[in-house]
Design a protein around this ligand. Structure first.
Ligand SMILES: [Zn+2]
Length: 240
């Protein structure tokens, strides 16, 4: 809409609903001239508000007087000690009409117990980078959409709008990452497009360990969603 966010008197924004990387945080903070805070919650529990970052942006304080967090091994269901990574499980302590007991969130995190400089004594959870069910297994390699996002944000000339398309040809998984580039890069000569494409493929290979196909697409050609973004299109069951 042509509004320069930096000209607005906004100082802070609270963002949630899906995992977003630290690279995405730096991007938002730079573009909007604000501090970007992470909030966590689930519709089944309360919606946003199970936990939120404080001014230190170092883990999300869980409101433990209302929600009891546990970390379990997602495969065995066994509870894990504070500090270990696993699936977050939540029990509501004060909800009356619809109490929830040991609800499995599928979100992967760990509980941090070190004192926070802000003075709050409730425990924190590490920012959620992935869910146990959004892992993609491609040619035997585990891959998370959030890794693709971090790789993209490290390359200049791209914007964090992307789509991962999985197909299967002759029994072999094929991945294509479609990435929007900035209008400046797109209007530039073919050579610089190829250069950006190569840089992205390289950045993804470094992060994920797989060489995958990258296709640059025109600015604003990837559909914007108002809720959770649909970044992965898996067509592997429709082998042609
Ligand atoms: Zn704090």
């Amino acid at each position: 809409m042509g509004v320069d966010l930096r000209e607005l008197p906004l100082r802070a924004g609270v963002f949630g609903a899906e995992p977003w990387s630290d690279a995405m945080r730096r991007h938002i903070e730079e573009v909007a001239g604000i501090k970007a805070y992470d909030i966590y919650g689930l519709t089944e529990i309360i919606g946003p508000g199970v936990g939120c970052e404080c001014c230190n942006q170092n883990g999300l304080h869980v409101f433990e007087d209302h929600f009891y967090p546990e970390i379990i091994n997602p495969e065995t269901g066994e509870p894990l000690p504070d500090g270990s990574e696993g699936e977050l499980v939540i029990t509501t302590l004060t909800k009356e009409a619809m109490p929830i007991v040991r609800y499995r969130t599928r979100d992967i995190t760990s509980i941090q117990t070190e004192a926070c400089p802000c003075g709050r004594t409730v425990r924190r959870i590490r920012r959620i980078g992935r869910r146990s069910d959004d892992m993609l297994i491609v040619r035997g390699v585990n891959m998370f959409p959030s890794q693709i996002e971090s790789a993209l944000l490290a390359v200049e000339g791209t914007v964090p709008h992307y789509r991962i398309i999985l197909t299967r040809e002759k029994g072999l998984d094929q991945v294509e990452v479609q990435v929007e580039v900035t209008p400046e890069v797109f209007s530039d000569r073919v050579r610089s497009l190829e250069e950006v494409q190569g840089k992205i493929a390289h950045a993804i290979e470094r992060t994920v360990g797989l060489r995958i196909k990258v296709r640059l697409v025109e600015p604003h050609s990837i559909e914007r969603s108002e809720g959770k973004a649909k970044r992965v299109i898996d067509k592997r069951n429709q082998e042609s």
